[in-house]
Ligand binder design. Structure first.
Ligand code: SAH
Length: 228
């Protein structure tokens, strides 16, 4: 799976990319991430990429020409142009089913907005998929892109130590519910002990207990997940 991230703040990425699962997946060749500075596509001595909004109002808007040129050049870097995704509060809200749908893509180009966002013509011309990570406002699309990358790489076969996780975790394709409670050593701490059944070695019973707990917490906290 290849990601091309288009941003005005490329330095936000190296720390995130060099850690844990992501770093290992990159080293093992399962995931490729290329970060591009959109400002490199802006003309003139000052590489101006933003301007004030027509009609007035606060803030600056990312200009259509450098952004569209940047996307087209980056698309042409490989034979597979990839799916263009714009991070925006107006987009389709990201959830695990959408993550699973997006995971069929071999290549994704992620556009990170800043300031007041992109000139509308970026959307009208490129016709990207617009994705929001939730009903709140971030300062930029960089963290939203990291959320996309982080959730998507888990879908790449070989990335997770145990493939089963991508089925069983909360919200995932295995059951779309919240996960049951988990425990590890010690058996008792400050008077709180691990449920007896988990120590029984009876896998059938443990599985039933976990299903029941999963249903219980989902009913209590997220009954909307049970509607389908
Ligand atoms: N003026 C815009 C918000 C701009 S926030 C509006 O009111 O809709 C600046 C940038 O941060 C956006 O262009 C987008 O790339 C990113 N961003 C902010 N909130 C986001 C969210 N909830 N999901 C995805 N991206 C978001």
């Amino acid at each position: 799976m290849r990601f091309d991230i288009l941003t005005l703040f490329p330095d936000m990425f190296p720390g995130y990319l060099s850690q844990s699962i992501l770093n290992k997946s990159i080293e093992r060749g399962l995931v490729e991430i290329h970060v591009h500075n959109m400002r490199d596509w802006a003309e003139g001595r000052h590489h101006k990429i933003d301007d004030t909004p027509y009609g007035g109002g606060p803030g600056m808007i990312l200009m259509v020409e450098p952004v569209v040129n940047c996307v087209r050049d980056v698309q042409a870097m490989t034979s597979e142009p990839g799916t263009v995704i714009v991070t925006t509060p107006r987009g389709q809200r990201l959830d695990q089913p959408l993550v699973e749908e997006l995971a069929v893509n071999k290549r994704m180009i992620l556009l990170c907005g800043r300031y007041e966002g992109f000139d509308q013509r970026v959307i009208d011309i490129l016709k990207p998929l617009e994705v929001s990570i939730g009903d709140y406002i971030l300062n930029g699309g960089e963290v939203a892109s990291m959320v996309l990358v982080d959730s998507l790489v888990r879908m790449v076969p070989g990335v997770l130590g145990d493939e089963q996780s991508s089925w069983d975790d909360s919200f995932s394709r295995g059951n779309r519910m919240l996960e049951y409670p988990q425990y590890t050593r010690p058996r008792e701490f400050e008077g709180e002990s691990v449920p007896e059944i988990l120590l029984s070695g009876n896998h059938g019973k443990i599985e039933l207990w976990r299903q029941a707990k999963s249903l219980e917490i989902t009913k209590k906290r997220r009954s909307d997940l049970l509607e389908d």
